[in-house]
Design a protein around this ligand. Structure first.
Ligand code: MRU
Length: 365
Protein backbone atom coordinates (compact mmCIF):
# COMPACT_ATOMS: atom_id res chain seq x y z
CA UNK A 1 0.00 0.00 0.00
CA UNK A 2 1.07 3.53 -0.56
CA UNK A 3 1.32 5.64 2.60
CA UNK A 4 1.79 9.25 1.60
CA UNK A 5 3.10 7.93 -1.72
CA UNK A 6 5.57 5.43 -0.21
CA UNK A 7 5.04 1.66 -0.70
CA UNK A 8 4.70 0.31 2.84
CA UNK A 9 3.99 -3.08 4.38
CA UNK A 10 2.71 -3.73 7.89
CA UNK A 11 5.71 -5.82 8.97
CA UNK A 12 9.29 -6.25 7.78
CA UNK A 13 12.70 -7.36 8.97
CA UNK A 14 14.82 -4.35 9.81
CA UNK A 15 17.44 -3.77 7.12
CA UNK A 16 19.90 -2.57 9.74
CA UNK A 17 22.58 -5.31 9.29
CA UNK A 18 23.86 -5.11 12.87
CA UNK A 19 20.53 -5.97 14.45
CA UNK A 20 18.01 -8.75 14.18
CA UNK A 21 14.80 -6.82 14.58
CA UNK A 22 11.34 -6.69 13.09
CA UNK A 23 9.50 -3.47 12.36
CA UNK A 24 5.75 -3.10 12.64
CA UNK A 25 3.27 -0.26 12.40
CA UNK A 26 1.83 0.27 15.89
CA UNK A 27 -1.88 0.02 15.09
CA UNK A 28 -2.93 1.09 18.58
CA UNK A 29 -1.76 4.61 17.60
CA UNK A 30 -3.75 4.88 14.34
CA UNK A 31 -5.47 6.82 12.89
CA UNK A 32 -4.13 9.80 14.80
CA UNK A 33 -0.43 8.91 14.80
CA UNK A 34 1.66 6.81 12.39
CA UNK A 35 4.32 5.24 14.60
CA UNK A 36 6.71 2.36 13.88
CA UNK A 37 7.52 -0.12 16.63
CA UNK A 38 10.57 -2.40 16.89
CA UNK A 39 10.43 -6.04 18.00
CA UNK A 40 13.72 -7.60 19.13
CA UNK A 41 12.61 -10.48 21.35
CA UNK A 42 10.02 -13.23 21.51
CA UNK A 43 8.34 -11.32 24.35
CA UNK A 44 8.13 -8.21 22.16
CA UNK A 45 6.33 -10.19 19.46
CA UNK A 46 3.93 -11.80 21.95
CA UNK A 47 3.18 -8.44 23.53
CA UNK A 48 2.54 -6.79 20.15
CA UNK A 49 -0.01 -9.49 19.29
CA UNK A 50 -1.80 -9.51 22.65
CA UNK A 51 -2.18 -5.75 23.02
CA UNK A 52 -3.05 -5.54 19.31
CA UNK A 53 -0.23 -3.34 18.04
CA UNK A 54 -0.64 -5.86 15.22
CA UNK A 55 -3.98 -7.52 14.64
CA UNK A 56 -5.95 -9.15 11.85
CA UNK A 57 -5.59 -12.90 11.35
CA UNK A 58 -2.94 -12.94 8.57
CA UNK A 59 -0.78 -10.29 10.22
CA UNK A 60 -0.95 -12.08 13.56
CA UNK A 61 0.36 -15.17 11.75
CA UNK A 62 3.19 -13.24 10.09
CA UNK A 63 4.17 -11.63 13.42
CA UNK A 64 4.17 -15.00 15.15
CA UNK A 65 6.46 -16.37 12.42
CA UNK A 66 8.91 -13.52 13.02
CA UNK A 67 8.45 -14.06 16.76
CA UNK A 68 9.71 -17.63 16.23
CA UNK A 69 12.75 -16.26 14.37
CA UNK A 70 13.49 -13.94 17.30
CA UNK A 71 13.00 -16.89 19.68
CA UNK A 72 15.31 -19.12 17.60
CA UNK A 73 18.17 -16.69 18.20
CA UNK A 74 18.08 -17.55 21.91
CA UNK A 75 16.56 -21.06 22.02
CA UNK A 76 19.27 -23.57 22.99
CA UNK A 77 17.14 -26.66 22.37
CA UNK A 78 13.80 -28.05 21.18
CA UNK A 79 12.15 -27.44 24.55
CA UNK A 80 12.84 -23.72 24.40
CA UNK A 81 11.61 -23.49 20.83
CA UNK A 82 8.41 -25.40 21.58
CA UNK A 83 7.79 -23.17 24.62
CA UNK A 84 8.20 -20.09 22.42
CA UNK A 85 5.57 -21.48 20.06
CA UNK A 86 3.19 -22.11 22.96
CA UNK A 87 3.73 -18.58 24.26
CA UNK A 88 2.83 -17.08 20.88
CA UNK A 89 -0.17 -19.35 20.30
CA UNK A 90 -1.56 -18.41 23.72
CA UNK A 91 -1.67 -14.68 22.91
CA UNK A 92 -4.91 -14.81 20.91
CA UNK A 93 -6.97 -17.98 20.54
CA UNK A 94 -9.37 -17.37 17.67
CA UNK A 95 -7.39 -16.63 14.50
CA UNK A 96 -6.08 -19.95 13.23
CA UNK A 97 -3.28 -18.24 11.29
CA UNK A 98 -1.33 -17.84 14.52
CA UNK A 99 -1.11 -21.55 15.23
CA UNK A 100 -0.66 -22.30 11.53
CA UNK A 101 2.37 -19.99 11.26
CA UNK A 102 4.01 -21.24 14.47
CA UNK A 103 3.58 -24.88 13.45
CA UNK A 104 4.91 -24.17 9.98
CA UNK A 105 8.09 -22.57 11.33
CA UNK A 106 8.52 -25.34 13.92
CA UNK A 107 8.18 -28.01 11.21
CA UNK A 108 11.11 -26.39 9.39
CA UNK A 109 13.28 -25.87 12.46
CA UNK A 110 12.93 -28.96 14.62
CA UNK A 111 14.65 -31.38 12.19
CA UNK A 112 17.68 -29.02 11.93
CA UNK A 113 20.72 -28.77 14.21
CA UNK A 114 20.34 -25.77 16.55
CA UNK A 115 23.12 -23.87 14.75
CA UNK A 116 21.18 -23.87 11.47
CA UNK A 117 17.83 -22.82 12.86
CA UNK A 118 18.10 -19.05 13.01
CA UNK A 119 18.68 -18.47 9.32
CA UNK A 120 15.92 -20.92 8.37
CA UNK A 121 13.47 -19.25 10.76
CA UNK A 122 14.04 -15.81 9.25
CA UNK A 123 13.66 -17.25 5.75
CA UNK A 124 10.43 -19.07 6.64
CA UNK A 125 8.92 -15.95 8.22
CA UNK A 126 9.80 -13.95 5.11
CA UNK A 127 8.26 -16.68 2.91
CA UNK A 128 5.03 -16.57 4.94
CA UNK A 129 4.88 -12.81 4.37
CA UNK A 130 5.48 -13.10 0.62
CA UNK A 131 2.82 -15.80 0.32
CA UNK A 132 0.36 -13.65 2.24
CA UNK A 133 0.88 -10.78 -0.19
CA UNK A 134 0.39 -13.07 -3.20
CA UNK A 135 -2.75 -14.66 -1.70
CA UNK A 136 -4.32 -11.30 -1.00
CA UNK A 137 -3.47 -9.98 -4.45
CA UNK A 138 -5.22 -13.02 -5.94
CA UNK A 139 -8.24 -12.54 -3.62
CA UNK A 140 -8.38 -8.98 -4.91
CA UNK A 141 -8.59 -10.14 -8.50
CA UNK A 142 -11.21 -12.83 -7.85
CA UNK A 143 -13.24 -10.37 -5.80
CA UNK A 144 -12.90 -7.74 -8.51
CA UNK A 145 -14.65 -10.03 -10.98
CA UNK A 146 -17.51 -10.46 -8.49
CA UNK A 147 -17.81 -6.73 -7.92
CA UNK A 148 -17.76 -6.04 -11.67
CA UNK A 149 -20.61 -8.53 -12.13
CA UNK A 150 -22.70 -6.96 -9.36
CA UNK A 151 -21.98 -3.44 -10.65
CA UNK A 152 -23.05 -4.54 -14.14
CA UNK A 153 -26.56 -5.27 -12.83
CA UNK A 154 -27.22 -1.75 -11.56
CA UNK A 155 -26.65 1.88 -12.33
CA UNK A 156 -24.79 4.34 -10.14
CA UNK A 157 -22.14 3.71 -7.54
CA UNK A 158 -21.52 0.29 -6.04
CA UNK A 159 -22.18 0.31 -2.29
CA UNK A 160 -20.16 -2.21 -0.31
CA UNK A 161 -20.49 -2.79 3.43
CA UNK A 162 -17.57 -4.13 5.44
CA UNK A 163 -17.06 -4.93 9.11
CA UNK A 164 -13.96 -4.47 11.27
CA UNK A 165 -10.68 -4.11 9.40
CA UNK A 166 -9.77 -6.79 6.87
CA UNK A 167 -7.66 -4.42 4.86
CA UNK A 168 -3.97 -3.91 4.29
CA UNK A 169 -3.40 -3.39 8.03
CA UNK A 170 -4.83 -6.81 8.87
CA UNK A 171 -2.40 -8.56 6.53
CA UNK A 172 1.13 -7.99 5.24
CA UNK A 173 -0.23 -6.07 2.25
CA UNK A 174 -3.46 -5.58 0.26
CA UNK A 175 -5.86 -7.01 2.83
CA UNK A 176 -8.47 -9.69 2.30
CA UNK A 177 -11.96 -8.14 2.27
CA UNK A 178 -10.60 -4.78 1.13
CA UNK A 179 -8.37 -6.22 -1.61
CA UNK A 180 -11.30 -6.52 -4.08
CA UNK A 181 -12.30 -2.95 -3.21
CA UNK A 182 -8.79 -1.61 -3.85
CA UNK A 183 -8.74 -3.59 -7.12
CA UNK A 184 -12.18 -2.28 -8.11
CA UNK A 185 -11.17 1.32 -7.47
CA UNK A 186 -8.00 0.79 -9.50
CA UNK A 187 -10.09 -0.68 -12.32
CA UNK A 188 -12.22 2.47 -12.41
CA UNK A 189 -15.37 1.12 -10.74
CA UNK A 190 -17.36 3.77 -8.87
CA UNK A 191 -17.23 2.24 -5.39
CA UNK A 192 -18.40 3.53 -2.04
CA UNK A 193 -17.84 1.70 1.24
CA UNK A 194 -20.03 1.65 4.34
CA UNK A 195 -17.54 1.14 7.16
CA UNK A 196 -18.98 -0.41 10.34
CA UNK A 197 -17.29 1.38 13.24
CA UNK A 198 -16.87 -2.06 14.91
CA UNK A 199 -17.14 -1.55 18.62
CA UNK A 200 -15.59 -2.14 21.01
CA UNK A 201 -12.12 -1.43 19.54
CA UNK A 202 -13.40 0.46 16.51
CA UNK A 203 -11.12 -1.12 13.92
CA UNK A 204 -13.54 0.07 11.21
CA UNK A 205 -13.66 3.68 12.33
CA UNK A 206 -9.94 3.87 13.12
CA UNK A 207 -8.25 1.59 10.61
CA UNK A 208 -10.53 0.81 7.65
CA UNK A 209 -11.56 4.45 7.30
CA UNK A 210 -7.88 5.48 7.44
CA UNK A 211 -6.92 2.93 4.78
CA UNK A 212 -9.73 3.99 2.46
CA UNK A 213 -8.82 7.62 2.96
CA UNK A 214 -5.18 6.87 2.08
CA UNK A 215 -6.40 5.12 -1.08
CA UNK A 216 -8.82 7.92 -1.98
CA UNK A 217 -11.85 5.61 -1.91
CA UNK A 218 -15.28 7.09 -1.09
CA UNK A 219 -16.63 5.85 2.24
CA UNK A 220 -18.77 6.65 5.26
CA UNK A 221 -18.19 5.34 8.76
CA UNK A 222 -21.49 4.11 10.19
CA UNK A 223 -22.61 3.06 13.64
CA UNK A 224 -22.58 -0.71 13.95
CA UNK A 225 -26.36 -0.78 14.17
CA UNK A 226 -26.93 1.13 10.91
CA UNK A 227 -26.20 -1.68 8.45
CA UNK A 228 -29.61 -3.37 8.66
CA UNK A 229 -31.41 -0.11 8.02
CA UNK A 230 -29.20 0.65 5.00
CA UNK A 231 -29.82 -2.81 3.58
CA UNK A 232 -33.60 -2.43 3.98
CA UNK A 233 -33.40 0.77 1.94
CA UNK A 234 -31.38 -0.67 -0.95
CA UNK A 235 -28.24 1.19 0.07
CA UNK A 236 -25.99 -1.88 0.22
CA UNK A 237 -25.24 -3.89 -2.94
CA UNK A 238 -22.85 -6.38 -1.37
CA UNK A 239 -21.15 -7.13 1.95
CA UNK A 240 -17.55 -8.33 2.12
CA UNK A 241 -15.87 -9.24 5.39
CA UNK A 242 -12.74 -11.12 6.44
CA UNK A 243 -12.37 -14.17 8.64
CA UNK A 244 -10.22 -15.25 11.56
CA UNK A 245 -11.09 -18.88 11.10
CA UNK A 246 -13.37 -20.61 8.64
CA UNK A 247 -14.31 -24.21 9.44
CA UNK A 248 -14.31 -27.05 6.89
CA UNK A 249 -18.08 -26.69 6.40
CA UNK A 250 -17.83 -22.97 5.57
CA UNK A 251 -18.93 -21.57 8.95
CA UNK A 252 -17.14 -18.24 9.29
CA UNK A 253 -15.70 -16.83 12.50
CA UNK A 254 -14.98 -13.12 12.32
CA UNK A 255 -15.14 -9.97 14.44
CA UNK A 256 -18.09 -9.73 16.81
CA UNK A 257 -21.12 -8.35 14.98
CA UNK A 258 -20.39 -10.06 11.67
CA UNK A 259 -23.20 -12.56 12.32
CA UNK A 260 -25.80 -9.80 12.74
CA UNK A 261 -24.74 -8.26 9.41
CA UNK A 262 -25.00 -11.63 7.71
CA UNK A 263 -28.52 -12.10 9.12
CA UNK A 264 -29.57 -8.68 7.88
CA UNK A 265 -28.00 -9.34 4.47
CA UNK A 266 -29.79 -12.69 4.19
CA UNK A 267 -33.15 -11.14 5.11
CA UNK A 268 -32.67 -8.40 2.51
CA UNK A 269 -31.26 -10.52 -0.31
CA UNK A 270 -27.89 -8.74 -0.18
CA UNK A 271 -24.96 -10.99 -1.22
CA UNK A 272 -22.64 -11.67 1.74
CA UNK A 273 -19.09 -12.65 0.77
CA UNK A 274 -16.18 -13.62 3.00
CA UNK A 275 -12.58 -13.16 1.88
CA UNK A 276 -10.80 -16.25 3.19
CA UNK A 277 -7.14 -16.96 2.40
CA UNK A 278 -6.07 -20.62 2.75
CA UNK A 279 -4.21 -20.14 6.07
CA UNK A 280 -7.45 -18.83 7.65
CA UNK A 281 -9.31 -22.03 6.81
CA UNK A 282 -9.20 -24.69 9.52
CA UNK A 283 -9.92 -28.01 7.82
CA UNK A 284 -9.46 -29.78 11.16
CA UNK A 285 -12.69 -28.27 12.47
CA UNK A 286 -15.84 -29.76 10.92
CA UNK A 287 -17.93 -26.74 11.88
CA UNK A 288 -17.68 -23.37 13.60
CA UNK A 289 -19.15 -24.54 16.91
CA UNK A 290 -15.75 -25.53 18.27
CA UNK A 291 -13.90 -22.34 17.38
CA UNK A 292 -12.52 -20.76 20.56
CA UNK A 293 -13.95 -17.26 20.96
CA UNK A 294 -11.53 -14.80 22.52
CA UNK A 295 -12.93 -12.97 25.54
CA UNK A 296 -11.09 -9.68 25.87
CA UNK A 297 -10.80 -7.17 28.70
CA UNK A 298 -14.13 -5.61 29.71
CA UNK A 299 -12.37 -2.23 29.77
CA UNK A 300 -12.45 -2.27 25.95
CA UNK A 301 -16.26 -2.06 26.15
CA UNK A 302 -16.40 0.34 29.11
CA UNK A 303 -13.92 2.82 27.62
CA UNK A 304 -13.23 4.37 24.24
CA UNK A 305 -10.05 5.92 22.80
CA UNK A 306 -10.05 9.05 20.68
CA UNK A 307 -8.54 12.47 20.14
CA UNK A 308 -9.75 15.32 22.31
CA UNK A 309 -10.24 18.94 21.29
CA UNK A 310 -6.65 19.71 22.29
CA UNK A 311 -5.38 17.03 19.90
CA UNK A 312 -4.37 14.59 22.62
CA UNK A 313 -5.21 10.88 22.22
CA UNK A 314 -7.10 9.97 25.39
CA UNK A 315 -9.14 7.11 26.82
CA UNK A 316 -12.52 8.01 28.30
CA UNK A 317 -15.00 5.90 30.23
CA UNK A 318 -18.52 5.43 28.81
CA UNK A 319 -20.17 3.30 31.44
CA UNK A 320 -21.21 4.09 35.00
CA UNK A 321 -18.52 3.28 37.54
CA UNK A 322 -18.99 -0.33 38.59
CA UNK A 323 -21.22 -1.49 35.68
CA UNK A 324 -19.85 -4.83 34.53
CA UNK A 325 -19.16 -5.35 30.83
CA UNK A 326 -18.60 -8.47 28.71
CA UNK A 327 -16.38 -8.58 25.66
CA UNK A 328 -16.63 -11.60 23.35
CA UNK A 329 -14.41 -10.54 20.46
CA UNK A 330 -15.65 -12.82 17.66
CA UNK A 331 -18.78 -14.61 16.50
CA UNK A 332 -19.60 -17.41 14.08
CA UNK A 333 -21.71 -16.84 10.99
CA UNK A 334 -23.29 -20.11 9.83
CA UNK A 335 -22.33 -21.15 6.30
CA UNK A 336 -25.97 -20.97 5.18
CA UNK A 337 -25.80 -17.16 5.49
CA UNK A 338 -22.62 -16.88 3.39
CA UNK A 339 -23.07 -16.33 -0.35
CA UNK A 340 -19.51 -17.33 -1.15
CA UNK A 341 -15.91 -17.50 0.02
CA UNK A 342 -13.34 -15.51 -1.93
CA UNK A 343 -10.07 -17.43 -1.70
CA UNK A 344 -6.77 -17.04 -3.52
CA UNK A 345 -7.79 -20.02 -5.66
CA UNK A 346 -11.15 -18.60 -6.69
CA UNK A 347 -14.65 -18.08 -5.31
CA UNK A 348 -16.50 -21.06 -3.89
CA UNK A 349 -19.70 -21.85 -2.05
CA UNK A 350 -19.46 -22.06 1.74
CA UNK A 351 -19.81 -25.81 1.99
CA UNK A 352 -17.45 -28.72 2.69
CA UNK A 353 -17.43 -30.11 -0.86
CA UNK A 354 -16.68 -26.78 -2.51
CA UNK A 355 -13.90 -25.97 -0.03
CA UNK A 356 -12.37 -29.43 -0.35
CA UNK A 357 -12.46 -29.13 -4.15
CA UNK A 358 -10.49 -25.86 -4.00
CA UNK A 359 -7.98 -27.14 -1.42
CA UNK A 360 -7.76 -30.89 -2.14
CA UNK A 361 -4.32 -31.23 -0.48
CA UNK A 362 -5.58 -29.90 2.87
CA UNK A 363 -8.23 -32.60 3.33
CA UNK A 364 -9.84 -33.29 6.70
CA UNK A 365 -7.03 -33.21 9.27
O1 MRU B 1 -9.49 -8.36 16.68
P1 MRU B 1 -8.90 -8.11 15.33
O2 MRU B 1 -8.76 -6.67 14.98
O3 MRU B 1 -7.62 -8.89 15.15
O4 MRU B 1 -9.98 -8.73 14.35
C1 MRU B 1 -9.76 -8.69 12.97
C2 MRU B 1 -10.87 -9.27 12.20
O5 MRU B 1 -11.87 -9.69 12.72
C3 MRU B 1 -10.68 -9.40 10.74
O6 MRU B 1 -11.89 -9.30 10.06
C4 MRU B 1 -10.07 -10.77 10.44
O7 MRU B 1 -8.89 -10.95 11.20
C5 MRU B 1 -9.76 -10.96 9.03
S1 MRU B 1 -8.39 -9.95 8.60
C6 MRU B 1 -7.93 -10.12 7.04
Amino acid sequence: MLISGTPTRTIWRSDEPSENAVMIIDQTRLPHEFVLHRLTTLDDAAEAISVMRVRGAPLIGATAAYGMALAAMKAADDTALLAAGEQLIATRPTAVNLRWAVQRVLAQLLPLPVAQRVQTAWAEAAAICEEDVAQNRAIGQHGLALLQAIAGQKSGRLNILTHCNAGWLATVDWGTALAPIFAAAAAGLDVHVWVDETRPRNQGASLTAWELQQAGIAHHVIADNAGGHLMQHGEVDVCIVGTDRTAANGDVCNKIGTYLKALAAFDNGVPFYVAAPGPSIDFALPDGGQIPIEERDAAEVACIQGRDAAGRVVLVQLTPEGSPAANPAFDVTPARLVTGLITERGVCAANPAALAALFPERGAA
